[in-house]
Design a protein around this ligand. Sequence first.
Ligand code: SAM
Ligand code: SF4
Length: 558
Amino acid sequence: MTPETDTQPRPGGPTVYLETFGCQMNQLDSELVRGQLAALGYSFTPDAGQADVILYNTCSVREQAENKVLSRVGKIAQRKRDGSPVILGLLGCLAEREGTRLLSRYPQIDLLCGPGELNRLPMLIDNAMRTGAVEVADRVALAGNRSRRSATLSAAADNLELLDLSRSFDPDHAGGPRRSAYVRITRGCNKFCTYCVVPFTRGAEVHRPPDTIVDECKRLADQGVIEITLLGQTVNHYRYTHGVAVGLEGREAPQVGPGAAAFRPGAGSGNVGRVTSFADLLGRIHDEVPAVRRLRFVTSYPRDFGDDILQVMRDCPRICRYLHVPAQSGSDRVLKLMNRGYTRSEYLEFIDRARGFLPDVSIAGDLIVGFPTETDRDFEQTRSLLQRVRCKNNFIFKYSPRPGTSAWDRLPDDVPETVKRLRINELLAVQARVSEAVHAEQVGRVVEVFVEGASPKSRAASARGGEVELGWERPSVGVQMSGRTAGDLITVFDLPPGYSAEQVQGQILPVRVERAGTLLLYGHLEAKTRPSPEHGSDPFPAARLAQFEMSESVDFAS
Ligand code: SAM
Ligand code: SF4
């Protein structure tokens, strides 16, 4: 959950508290919402108690995520009963999934806006702020399943694209100079995994035109961004056929995804226009936006991940050798019930192929335990998959039945909660050992770390106003910084004396790994390249780092 931080208030504009739940897609949506509202004169506060408008950008993937939001919503009821005129809005997947039923159950909610309708949010807020009676229809914007109706979306029909585009023209109004950014390449999802609400809440898979994506990356790079993460539910299914969807002024428009058939062997040989595949897109961004020093993407789908993508990853040094490629289960029987469209051995074939091309690739995944009918034997298969694949980390979830999905309709949630809990704890314990071993392979190496800021421990200590106690054996009075390697391994190191956190934040720096834990690498800034304090506000000039990059390559274990 991320509450938004302060911006400069503009006189007269309402003050907004915006809190984000869930995935990176939601974080990006919130950034766009924030930009849109800031341009209209709204200011932002991190304190919900001070806000004229409270917005929760919600997640619906698991029941627990929904419950967190609903408990916040419950508390606002009391505030309203006490006479506060605050406006409460629910954005995102919960709003889309539950729809206007929410307004009857929680009358304190003033407006609802689905993730496909965020461009209409200013109008909804405006309507909700009117003191006279406003029709419910004027305070609600939901897509239903409208986005699945047309085969080719035109720019006019796809107003959401305008919201994405607005960010590329003024990326800074999200607040302060940034070095890392998300760029959406695909919206929605067509996979219909039986447990998942995303195809219902975010609609059909829609691919953005490659020129638009590359332009957005360039604009972000011009603003100082050096790390870009491309977002899509199944990024490797990105595929844009040119000349099919053309909007106003002849510009290419977003287009609905072609479906799984387009990825079968021999597909694409018919009478189709020129196609930009995901591999082509990666290559273009890499070559055309060299200022982006780290290009990443999430999430990959284990099926239809071609060698062309692996080749581009191998040949382009600024594309991170990192894959987030969820298996969900290690049992063929469960994978089939989940409608994942691959078997355990196909998943393993992909992992082996990826490691064949990229021996140093760092792999992360997601797993679900307690899917309906999951037996001990099925679970064993998942456990052995986890041990075999050796992901650097796995996000492990207990199955959560979601209304509207086909698993909800067809499969009773028959694995008892106690069994789910035992299974998740067991997998977490196995994953902890695997993660520690994967991390241990880095000890003694020099890794490049994109510094994100003070580590959570440092932040907690400074909030307490006391000395910083580091998370390892020796206590320290310094600040512990935290960042990520190109393979997404979280790395912490002590800030050298004489430097401030701001000076190193947003830089990519060499760190010698001293020791490894389950969650973290611990190291120190490499002495050879450590700058001296007289470098002033930019103690780690790009030239010195380029020197480092040429002299030592980052060395991940295979
Ligand atoms: N598109 C990504 C993919 O296919 O791998 C995943 C997107 S989903 C929003 C993120 C993760 O949430 C999934 O990988 C899955 O592990 C988990 N998830 C989705 N629905 C779930 C459910 N009903 N119960 C438990 N976990 C769920
Ligand atoms: Fe959900 Fe499956 Fe689509 Fe991922 S691929 S978003 S799990 S339906």
